[in-house]
Ligand binder design. Structure first.
Ligand SMILES: *[C@@H]1O[C@H](CO)[C@@H](O)[C@H](O)[C@H]1NC(C)=O
Ligand SMILES: *[C@@H]1O[C@H](CO)[C@@H](O)[C@H](O)[C@H]1NC(C)=O
Ligand SMILES: *[C@@H]1O[C@H](CO)[C@@H](O)[C@H](O)[C@H]1NC(C)=O
Ligand SMILES: *[C@@H]1O[C@H](CO)[C@@H](O)[C@H](O)[C@H]1NC(C)=O
Ligand SMILES: *[C@@H]1O[C@H](CO)[C@@H](O)[C@H](O)[C@H]1NC(C)=O
Ligand SMILES: *[C@@H]1O[C@H](CO)[C@@H](O)[C@H](O)[C@H]1NC(C)=O
Ligand SMILES: *[C@@H]1O[C@H](CO)[C@@H](O)[C@H](O)[C@H]1NC(C)=O
Length: 329
């Protein structure tokens, strides 16, 4: 905090002794957490000009005294009338209260009477918050399919708070179409989820003015693909001599990895589901059209590669082969 924006009023108050006409309290409301302490700050820097100092609690139905100090007779004589959970600062008249219970919520009143007989008083409202615990993210789905699934994440927590979502370490961007958030803020709806949306990891933060709690990291694997299928042939080229070895390799982007099926002339090749196939010592009967098909069992999508057209030529003498090729051109 910038101390310059804060200090000058205090200095003026101090110069005047205290309490420039108004309340001797620094704020008119504050918050505390159950089980923790709260201090009611004052603008008082010295209580030596005071005759009596009284703190009381307005329960709504009645005003109950908390403590009274008669400074001139015996500054140490503090009557604790109703609460034993207080610590009083004789210099500043500040009162610390705690560990807080829910019933401490209400209005606290500080009244002082100066040696000149002038009365000053101020009130401060105490809001008692529940501690934030058990911050958790739950998902409507345990698996998702890219562009098909709508994922709804729900954050739950115990205590008094508002919600915030983080994607990794940065605030999660809610655009209102792809990602929507409910009014309370504890529910995120991600439509047509994309593969990278929920790798975050995603965190939910439940926080109030005084404390915050963070969930465990959450991520969700979004199945996608197959796509960008590529089949490569080795050796390359459409014409092969009899007795050559021919290898095809197929790859596709997919999560989980795609299952492959090799096709020959539009028919599935039996038992050929590996990433590559090698045809050793090819013959004319191996001439035809080769392709591969990739299938993702989670997305139930498949995609076919381009078709490689292969012709196996007989082993002719080299000169005849050249003539044949020239004749074709
Ligand atoms: C809270 O106040 C109690 C007594 O009122 C004191 O014993 C305790 O140390 C305080 N806790 C903190 C964190 O200041
Ligand atoms: C009273 O408050 C003043 C100012 O915050 C601080 O310097 C001083 O130590 C406090 N005294 C006690 C007894 O807590
Ligand atoms: C989280 O951040 C990653 C990387 O910037 C981004 O690709 C992804 O779409 C984000 N997820 C959400 C739900 O905003
Ligand atoms: C999701 O998180 C778990 C551990 O929290 C990690 O093992 C896994 O790799 C993460 N998955 C992704 C897609 O980031
Ligand atoms: C074809 O592969 C076999 C082994 O699988 C090898 O012995 C043979 O020499 C290869 N033929 C050619 C023409 O590369
Ligand atoms: C191979 O594909 C071509 C078109 O690319 C087609 O004309 C031909 O008939 C196909 N051959 C077989 C055996 O399916
Ligand atoms: C994708 O969505 C359609 C219609 O919403 C559904 O019929 C289909 O089963 C979904 N696909 C997968 C893999 O869940």
């Amino acid at each position: 905090m910038n101390s310059y924006s804060f200090r000058p009023p205090l200095l003026i108050l101090a110069a005047l002794g205290c309490c420039f006409g108004g309340s001797p309290l620094l704020n008119d409301q504050t918050s505390g957490v159950i089980g923790k302490n709260v201090t009611f700050k004052t603008t008082i820097t010295s209580a030596k000009d005071f005759l009596t100092i009284t703190w009381s609690f307005n329960k709504g139905s009645e005003i109950a005294p908390i403590m009274t100090s008669v400074v001139t007779t015996n500054p140490d004589n503090i009557e604790e009338t109703s609460l034993n959970r207080i610590t009083y600062n004789k210099t500043t008249c500040e009162l610390q209260l705690g560990p807080l219970v829910k019933e401490d919520e209400g209005e606290y009143i500080l009244s002082v009477v100066t040696l000149k007989g002038k009365s000053l008083s101020g009130q401060i409202d105490l809001n008692v918050l529940e501690p934030v615990t058990d911050v958790k993210i739950s998902s409507n789905l345990s698996e998702a399919v890219e562009l098909n699934s709508t994922v709804v994440l729900t954050c739950s927590a115990k205590g008094s708070f508002t919600y915030k979502w983080l994607n990794g370490s940065v605030p999660l961007a809610v655009d209102g179409t792809h990602i929507k958030q409910n009014a309370v803020g504890n529910e995120l709806t991600i439509s047509e989820v994309y593969r990278t949306d929920l790798r975050g990891p995603i965190f939910c933060v439940a926080e109030n003015a005084l404390e915050s709690g963070k969930s465990a990291p959450f991520n969700l694997t979004v199945s996608y693909g197959p796509e960008q299928i590529v089949m490569t042939q080795s050796p390359t080229g459409s014409f092969l001599t009899k007795g050559s070895n021919l290898t095809f390799t197929c790859s596709a982007q997919s999560d989980p990895p795609a299952q492959l099926q090799w096709m020959f002339n539009g028919q599935a090749m039996p038992q050929k589901t590996s990433l590559n196939i090698t045809l050793a010592n090819v013959e004319e009967k191996h001439s035809g059209n080769y392709s591969c098909v990739a299938y993702n069992a989670k997305t139930k999508r498949f995609v076919s590669s381009q078709v490689a057209v292969v012709s196996v030529l007989g082993t002719w003498p080299r000169s005849q082969m050249q003539n044949f090729c020239l004749g074709e051109v």
